[in-house]
Write a protein that binds this ligand. Sequence first.
Ligand code: B1M
Length: 210
Amino acid sequence: MADLAALTAAIEAGDRATAVRITREAVEEGLDPRTVLGAMTVAMEVIGAKFQCQEIYVPEMLISARAMKEATAVLEPVLVKAGIRPEHTAVLGTIKGDLHDIGKNLVGMMWKGANIEVIDLGTNVTPERFVEAAKEHGATIVGISALLTTTMVGMKDVVTAIRAANLADVKVIVGGAPLTQDFADMIGADGYASDAASAVEAARKAIRGG
Ligand code: B1M
């Protein structure tokens, strides 16, 4: 029988081959895909916690996220067939004028690991594009990343555009090296995270409404 504890351990260790093999076994045995997804998500929670307390660093997090991605690709058709959808959809991008995307990509991976569907708009994203994509995909989260002090100010325009478009259910989460909680509050964002792991909790908290 597929060993789900070993699946969790494989993702934590970034062992892609083992993670994919156990996921295939679980699928062939007809295990509930939610249970399998749960075993994967736990691994990313552990990775997130270890990253936050600097027990591991960006490379290890990327390796685990890659293992998670390959294992979820095996599970995805079964989830779709069973009508199991991600809990939320997020539109994610780096702000207009900014081409840094490594941190943004990590946030995307962590959100996917937390069962949030991620529509990645890439870099240099205008406020109009964030709004369009949020409408098109029925997103409940808009995530914006900025790495430059010159571009972070443009985040306020995205918040303003989202509010002007009457997207009342959309929560805006912001992050990036030059940002602070004070800045996020000042521009009226619904959440701020200092790293990719806390971006999961920031999104959940904003959706819960505090
Ligand atoms: Co640039 N760059 N860069 N750069 N670059 C910085 C940011 C800089 C601090 C370097 C320095 O001067 N010491 C500086 C900014 C100074 C400032 O504004 N205060 C800088 C500069 C000036 C520039 C250029 C202007 C340089 C030039 O051309 N003269 C230029 C700008 C181009 C542009 O964007 N228009 C530029 C270009 C580049 C490269 C293209 C060469 C490359 C980017 C490649 C890429 O991303 N694909 C690059 C890089 C790599 C860096 C550094 C070295 C590393 C950034 C990085 O990836 N960090 C950076 C210096 C540094 O940070 N040491 C620097 C790793 C990443 C995991 O961390 O992105 O902070 P970070 O993400 C974290 C958190 O911030 C948070 O979670 C992530 C994971 O924990 N987070 C979020 C990020 N987004 C989030 C969103 C959230 C929540 C959390 O919610 C949605």
